[in-house]
Design a protein around this ligand. Structure first.
Ligand SMILES: [Zn+2]
Length: 321
């Protein structure tokens, strides 16, 4: 088969879009969207996406290596698998996005905006999912692999979309075995890819934050070794090596939104993700509205005062245990 990553970065798809590689059938649907089918029938459908943010390259390197192993017959496949390189144009330029943050555009949001590279891609990515998750009786998982902009008290962590039905504890346990030190549960809907697959297709879906974003070739892949190992085991249908400690669980209690130009975030620019603040701390202020820590303690995630007006400048968490 042609080299998936290289051709995707070059903006190409092969002239013959299907073929066989050992015990697998591959179908190249669109730029950066590749389906693999094992020969033996399976009731499990897995989506692995990466580079939804174009500057988050480490997950692309992990996925590319796993894909090579699958196609070379060195790794067995026990799922129907859809591999997605989210934003190839942004990835080729090592930019988070070109016009708009792709991971804010799903579930009815891209339709409200003027057409851009990212609105077109969000529509394609939604279509690819509906096409792939066509069988209601299949078990559905979606792992969206990212790296974070800043350092973190939990090096690797997962963010899970708001959901009406309970999470599969096996899924949550696998996330721990994949090296995630914390799980953050959203309480409100969002425009992320994992919110879309969870809400529309009841997929067990998680956004995995796997360390800090660095350019291609500069990633310290040892930091990601445990996750890569767990992914290989998952694909083959084997158990991953068990985590020594279960991830700490948090839920989002408040979103800090930059409503106006006068928004001020009091969390320092270089604060790590999961920095704790005691009760009463003033976290942000916007036109007289004050965001103050209500519970005994709160943890801050993704603080970013530089976002556009109307967007999220941070999340406030409380611990669940
Ligand atoms: Zn990201």
């Amino acid at each position: 088969m042609h080299h998936f990553l290289a051709m995707t970065l070059a903006g190409e798809i092969p002239r013959r879009p299907t073929g066989e590689a050992g015990a697998l059938r591959w179908i190249w649907h669109e730029q950066g969207i590749l389906e693999l089918q094992p020969r033996q029938p399976t009731r499990r459908a897995l989506v692995i996406s990466c580079a939804i943010h174009g500057n988050e390259t480490a997950p692309v390197e992990i996925v590319d290596a796993l894909l090579q192993q699958l196609l070379d017959g060195k790794l067995a496949l026990s799922w129907r698998l859809l591999v997605i390189i989210g934003n190839p144009q942004a990835l080729a330029r090592n930019q988070r996005y070109l016009q708009r943050d792709l991971n804010r555009l799903f579930s009815g949001r891209w339709q409200q905006l003027p057409a851009s590279d990212e609105t077109v891609r969000a529509a394609q990515l939604e279509r690819a999912i509906s096409h792939f998750y066509h069988d209601d009786d299949e078990e559905r998982w979606h792992l969206d692999l990212h790296t974070a902009i800043r350092g973190s008290h939990h090096l690797r962590f997962g963010v899970l979309p708001a959901r009406h039905t309970p999470w599969d504890e096996l899924f949550l346990r696998w996330l721990g075995d994949a090296g995630l030190e914390a799980l953050v549960f959203h309480q409100a809907p969002g425009g992320t890819y994992t919110h879309y697959t969870s809400e529309q297709f009841a997929a067990q879906a998680c956004t995995l934050e796997l360390g800090k974003a660095l350019p291609f070739g500069e990633n310290d892949l040892r930091q990601f070794a445990r996750t890569a190992l767990a992914l290989a085991a998952l694909l083959a249908g084997d158990a991953a090596p068990e985590a020594t400690a279960a991830p700490t669980r948090y839920r989002v209690v408040q979103q800090l939104t930059r409503h106006s130009e006068s928004f001020v975030l009091y969390v320092p620019q270089d604060a790590l993700n999961f920095t704790a603040y005691p009760k009463g701390t003033l976290l942000a202020e916007d036109r007289g509205e004050r965001y103050v820590v209500q519970g005994e303690q709160a943890w801050i995630l993704f603080p970013n005062p530089a976002v556009a007006v109307g967007l999220r400048a941070g999340l406030v968490l409380e611990r669940l245990d």
